[in-house]
Design a protein around this ligand. Structure first.
Ligand code: DHB
Ligand code: FE
Length: 323
């Protein structure tokens, strides 16, 4: 079939009606965006001669993604999260905001309201005895090298099987999720366990789409961070542990060279005792540099639907950024 009808006045008028251009109500920006999106898709249907069978199988994949709340899992795999990062990096560069630890994607598995600890704490619930003990520590500094005391360091990561608490109901509440407030020297230190890499569930609609692209759905072992302090630009980032087979082959495109961190295995008993640990452990050191800013909107994370993040928490965050 070689029909080409996209450019006809009939189709062009039809698209305007579909996008509500002839209606007073609705939202102008939504109309413009939907008109553009539908135009691109209609053109694609013409250009690739999309058959009804192909169209309806795409609809059924979208239904499956929706039912399983899977689209937020697929979005990083399709590069959207990284693309938004690239745009924010470019906006920072254009505005002359330079320096600071690089951002990388938040991912879909953050949960608000994790327990808060001062300076030091423990993130794991002790129920994973085979996991390697991790000592995760670092210093938060500004771009002039001054320590930032009282910075809020939110950390979350997977367990030794690659699962996240809350999303994996077999784990205890807030397991491997903590908010750490940095001490007078800007330091944070937590005991936890070395996370494993994460893989998209093999029979999920997300993996089904990746299979069509000939791609895997694996992430390297990684640790997520939100870091904030008054007068500083909010940072969303992650570290990827060095030496994982997927460190440089992340399906979510979150790896950045500056964020690849080696773990150091320490067997010395005195070193362990100093940190209150019983045996050998792996130390992971990640120092964070925050750029300074007076703009309140740059001091907080952007809004998006997040597990257990209520309206009240949002407005409390907004209020605290204004003082
Ligand atoms: C996905 C999972 C993660 O743990 C992450 O950090 C990013 C993306 C995902 O399933 O898409
Ligand atoms: Fe993750």
């Amino acid at each position: 079939m070689t029909v080409k009808i996209f450019e006809t006045p009939e189709v062009q008028d039809f698209l305007k009606a579909v996008a509500g251009f002839d209606q007073d109500g609705g939202n102008e920006r939504a109309k413009q965006i939907l008109h553009r999106l539908l135009s691109d898709l209609y053109r694609l249907i013409d250009d690739y001669d999309i058959t009804p069978e192909e169209f309806w199988s795409a609809v059924s994949v979208l239904n499956a993604l929706g039912q399983g709340t899977q689209f937020a899992l697929l979005a990083p795999g399709l590069g959207f999260d990284h693309y938004l990062d690239m745009r924010m990096d470019a906006a920072d560069a254009e505005a002359g905001r330079t320096g600071g630890t690089p951002r990388t994607i938040e991912g879909p598995l953050y949960v608000a309201g994790a327990p808060e600890v001062q300076g030091r704490g423990r993130m794991d619930d002790g129920t994973d005895p085979d996991a390697e003990t991790m000592w995760l520590t670092g210093q938060v500094r500004d771009t002039d090298g001054h320590p930032v005391a009282g910075a809020k360091v939110e950390v979350w990561h997977a367990d030794s099987k690659g699962g996240y608490s809350f999303f994996d109901p077999s784990q205890s509440e807030y397991n491997l999720r903590r908010t750490i407030i940095t001490d007078a020297e800007g330091r944070y230190a937590v005991r936890s366990i070395i996370p494993s890499g994460y893989g998209c569930p093999p029979d999920s609609p997300t993996q089904q789409v990746l299979d069509l692209l000939g791609r895997h759905g694996q992430r390297p072992a990684h640790i997520h961070y939100f870091v904030s302090a008054p007068g500083h630009q909010h940072l969303t980032t992650q570290i990827n542990l060095a030496g994982d087979p997927y460190t440089y082959d992340d399906f979510a495109f979150a790896t950045r060279e500056e964020l690849v961190v080696p773990g150091q295995r320490i067997e010395d008993a005195a070193e362990a005792e100093q940190r209150g640990l019983e045996g050998p452990f792996t130390e992971v050191v990640f120092d964070i540099e925050l750029a300074r800013t007076e703009a309140p909107e740059l001091q907080q994370r952007h809004k998006r639907p997040r597990a257990l993040e209520s309206e009240e928490q949002e407005s409390a965050l907004a209020a605290s950024a204004q003082v």
